[in-house]
Design a binder for this molecule. Sequence first.
Ligand code: SAM
Ligand code: SF4
Length: 315
Amino acid sequence: MRDPLGRNITYLRLSVTELCNLRCRYCMPAEGVEKRRHEDMLTEEETVLAVKAAASLGIEKVRLTGGEPLVKKNILSIAEKVAAVPGIRELCLTTNGIRLPQLAKSLRAAGVRRVNVSLDTLDPAKYAHITRIGDLSDALRGLEAALSAGFEKVKINAVLLGGFNDDEIPALAGLTRRWPVDVRFIELMPMGGDLTQGAFVPGDVVLETLPELEKLPEDGPVARLYTLPGALGQVGIISPLSCQFCDRCDRIRLTADGRIKPCLHQRAEYPLKGLDEAGMRRQFEAAILHKPPWHGELSYAAPSQAGRTMDRIGG
Ligand code: SAM
Ligand code: SF4
């Protein structure tokens, strides 16, 4: 379905849980999120019904996210059912990778085609710091499990954090020479969390650090794409702040508590909990018809108006 600006909305980012086994400083409070009442969250049946309603309006691609989607007990069953919804052509997953060694093969068999693994640093002490409780070796084992499970594409997402990992841009981009992975650098978005304004660095710092990057003829929907000479994968730069892509936005989000968000950075939500498929379809239609033209001013002086932190939206 097209929104009033003519943008064809084909992509649903589906959060299956607000919970997480890490506590990344830019995403979550130190104490984690308060566990919500079971009855306030979408059930597996409602989640699948919501995807059916969305697919009937032209959603073709679904990304499972969270919180950490792989801490959800029934994630394999959700993946299998979502992949089987008529009209859904592509099921993807964004994960911190910690549980991939146990789950990668089953996720592939359930119908997940592409996986993004979040990895901001290759330094064990820095990884422990930024995730507050994580162990880098678990994330790297997860990445290797993803690479050997036969997914069509594996990408690494690194949030650019000034004074923290900007010195690792060459090492992170260099992973595209070691493995057939794409590495994407993402600008830090002001969503709450305990990082200060000083941590923001614009995506262009990647180009300044790596002048040998060669521009690819075509960009992705949200990423500017490059490659290092001789690399097996691409390097992407995603710049929601310094180089906005709202005019090409093709996505909506559904939170784990069943609220459609037409825009990540705006407060508007369309609840689905308790509705039947027809009611859900009406809410998706309303959300797409009211998708704002852009996410509004976004900077540390004018932080996101999302009304929730990333873990509670589904990044
Ligand atoms: N737990 C999974 C993971 O970390 O990949 C999925 C959910 S997480 C919210 C999805 C993505 O959002 C991650 O790549 C994370 O780095 C990114 N993210 C979280 N907070 C962010 C922020 N304030 N700015 C930019 N990216 C952020
Ligand atoms: Fe958890 Fe992902 Fe947020 Fe990190 S970015 S705290 S792994 S949801």
